[in-house]
Ligand binder design. Structure first.
Ligand code: UDP
Ligand code: MG
Length: 152
């Protein structure tokens, strides 16, 4: 089953939106298989945002993401990488449609509430970056109590 890495960024925590966002993923049918609050080091930030370290906004991004706690989460579900990206909306929250997490909860490009892996390959690497194997859990979820369609 496909997995993806989510970070609820400092602005989500400071705006008391952790429950709101987790509820959206639970209601959608995703299974939370890893969940913790952490402080990201500068080293981890540079690794996670390696595609952006040369950008003019990187210094602000690193300061923002390393100075406050974030919530890290691994979700599991059918096509969850793509579905979560759709639920998030695009990077610029002002361009994100109502109904998406960024569209409903932010007006910003830099303080845009959430990170979600952008491909299956990225997700595998990001999950390993943020979670030890023993921090991920297998369990029977309530979604398994009703009859799934074959594609689920
Ligand atoms: N970011 C920013 N300014 C920009 C572009 C990106 O501050 O012009 C930040 C923003 O927090 C974004 C993160 O860098 O979420 C990672 O950028 P990416 O292009 O990977 O966007 P995402 O995958 O988060 O939508
Ligand atoms: Mg990205």
């Amino acid at each position: 089953m496909e997995r993806t890495l989510i970070l609820l960024k400092p602005d989500a925590i400071q705006k008391a939106l952790i429950g709101e966002i987790i509820s959206r993923f639970e209601n959608k049918g995703f299974k939370i298989i890893g969940l913790k609050m952490i402080k990201i080091s500068a080293e981890l930030s540079k690794e996670h945002y390696s595609h952006l370290v040369s950008k003019p906004f990187y210094a602000d991004l690193e300061k923002f993401i390393t100075h406050h706690p974030v919530v890290a989460m691994v979700l599991e579900g059918n096509e969850c990488v793509e579905v979560v990206r759709a639920m998030m909306g695009p990077t610029n929250s002002r361009k994100a449609a109502p109904g998406t997490i960024r569209g409903d909860l932010s007006l910003s490009t830099s303080r845009n509430i959430i990170h979600g892996s952008d491909s299956k390959e990225t997700a595998e690497n990001e999950i390993k970056r943020f979670f030890k194997p023993e921090e991920l859990f297998e369990y029977k979820s309530c979604h398994m109590d009703y009859d799934y369609a074959p594609d689920e």
